[in-house]
Design a protein. Structure first.
Length: 114
């Protein structure tokens, strides 16, 4: 996955872009009209169910999907107030507008982007 898939607005992305740092996360949220963020951990069973849903969704929406490993980036998770994983958050114009806790279907997430 390429980190430059997170930059630029309106381009369809394929796949989940792994967040490399807090700076890259904040930059992607600021530079895109809408962003979907998946807060997950590798050991989390429900997160493993969420990942293929988000990968499928990535080819259908005009917003990047960022993956935040909560073990690796616990500061970002704490900053966002994530207490349970998987958590999927939708950001618009730099602000969180919707949050889903637990495995969430593609249609539900896509509806939040409209």
């Amino acid at each position: 996955m390429s980190s430059d898939a997170a930059s630029g607005g309106g381009a369809k992305t394929d796949g989940i872009v792994d967040v490399e740092s807090a700076e890259s996360f904040h930059e992607a949220v600021a530079e895109n009209d809408q962003v979907v963020v998946d807060y997950f951990a590798d050991w989390c069973g429900p997160c493993k169910q969420q990942t293929p849903i988000l990968e499928e969704l990535s080819g259908m929406i005009d917003a990047p999907i960022l993956g935040v490993d909560t073990d690796e980036h616990n500061g970002l998770a704490a900053e966002a107030g994530v207490r349970s994983i998987p958590t999927v958050a939708v950001y618009r114009d730099g602000e969180e507008i919707e949050r889903f806790v637990g495995v969430t279907g593609a249609d539900t997430i896509r509806a939040a982007l409209e």
